[in-house]
Design a protein around this ligand. Structure first.
Ligand SMILES: Cc1cc2nc3c(=O)[nH]c(=O)nc-3n(C[C@H](O)[C@H](O)[C@H](O)COP(=O)(O)OP(=O)(O)OC[C@H]3O[C@@H](n4cnc5c(N)ncnc54)[C@H](O)[C@@H]3O)c2cc1C
Length: 305
């Protein structure tokens, strides 16, 4: 074969490089999503979370995608994993001891729609691959997030970043009326876009309650990190529902990892040196920091102390 002008051979001269061996699986392979195009859950009135793909998508019959974690761990630890001869035990050991790279061998691709104020929190998670709807290119659909009248939260007195309880009914009504006013910009947004205002500018008039959507791909290790932060009680309720939906979707595919994640991260607690001292000595926590004392009280209650 002639070498093209750029000096790159388009066909290898070494014929042995052109063939490969095709090896059939020892056990028949099955689709972890059961042949579905997507698994989807509705979130709020207009949002959704859909799992559209997974890696591995095909697993040996009788196994779950957890098998890819075990497979990777066994290549890295080799003989060292001989004593942990059971797959479930190995996955749990790896997660407990934060041996994280085997969990990066599993990936999930989601398609989701969420309000922009939630997308702003979400996009802070830098380890995912994201492809978002372009409001420069297309008109933004007419979808806005609105809480129900009964769920307009009151500003928390203890957590400056949070809400707790609900406001009185007339205040909630006024807030919903304000949201409606913000949404009413949409009509003029459409009109002015039609009159020639560039979409990239016209969108500036829309409130952050408007929905966007994206494809979001992440490996399991980083997805668990995302879930541990966004399923936590300190995360905003509107993002927590998305995170919980994602957890429910992947639980079907990596059940062993999800169980270990719940046991060792989601439902576990970390004790500080001062807290360990307090448990050992039975004395109060050795600090006068109000926030630390309050956190210790919450942990004591959880521990039933
Ligand atoms: C309850 C809550 C409140 C928050 N409040 C605020 C706020 O008020 N203001 C605000 O700005 N943000 C806020 N955040 C966002 C927060 O600070 C993090 O940006 C966000 O949670 C993403 O976390 P991460 O960086 O660990 O995750 P990812 O970006 O997913 O990264 C995962 C891990 O990868 C590593 N990593 C990724 N990129 C880098 C890098 N460039 N350099 C070094 N290590 C990297 C880190 O170990 C990181 O933990 C809040 C988050 C939560 C959950």
């Amino acid at each position: 074969m002639a070498t093209p002008p750029f000096g790159v051979a388009v066909e290898s001269a070494d014929k042995s490089q052109q063939s490969f061996e095709r090896i059939d699986p020892e056990t028949p392979l099955v689709d972890v999503m059961g042949g579905a195009a997507r698994w989807q859950r509705k979130v709020h009135e207009h949002g959704f979370v859909a799992l559209v793909d997974a890696m591995p998508r095909l697993v040996p019959q009788g196994k779950t995608a957890d098998f890819a974690i075990v497979q990777a761990a066994r290549v890295s630890y080799g003989q060292g994993t001989k004593h942990i001869n059971e797959d479930r035990g190995l996955v749990r050991y790896l997660l407990r001891h934060r041996h994280t790279t085997p969990f990066e061998m599993v990936e999930f691709k989601f398609h989701m729609a969420m309000p922009i104020f939630i997308a702003r929190q979400w996009i802070r998670h830098r380890t995912a691959n994201v492809n978002e709807y372009s409001a420069r290119y297309s008109i933004v659909p007419d979808r806005f997030y609105r809480p129900s009248l009964e769920s307009v939260r009151q500003q928390s007195s203890s957590n400056r970043q949070g809400g707790e309880g609900v406001v009185e009914a007339d205040t909630a009504e006024k807030f919903l009326a304000l949201l409606e006013k913000a949404e009413s910009n949409y009509r003029e947004y459409l009109e002015l876009s039609e009159k020639g205002v560039a979409r990239e500018l016209a969108r500036v008039a829309l409130p952050v309650s408007v929905y966007t959507e994206w494809y979001w791909k992440c490996d399991l290790h980083n997805l668990l990190h995302f879930l541990s932060l966004r399923m936590d009680a300190h995360a905003q309720e509107e993002i927590r529902v998305y995170a919980s939906a994602m957890f429910d979707l992947i639980r079907e595919i990596v059940p062993v990892t999800c169980e270990a994640f719940a046991d060792y991260q989601l439902k576990s607690m970390r004790l500080t040196r001062l807290e360990i001292e307090a448990v050992r000595s039975g004395l109060p926590l050795g600090t006068d920091n109000k926030r630390e004392l309050a956190e210790w009280e919450a942990k004591r209650a959880q521990l039933g102390l």
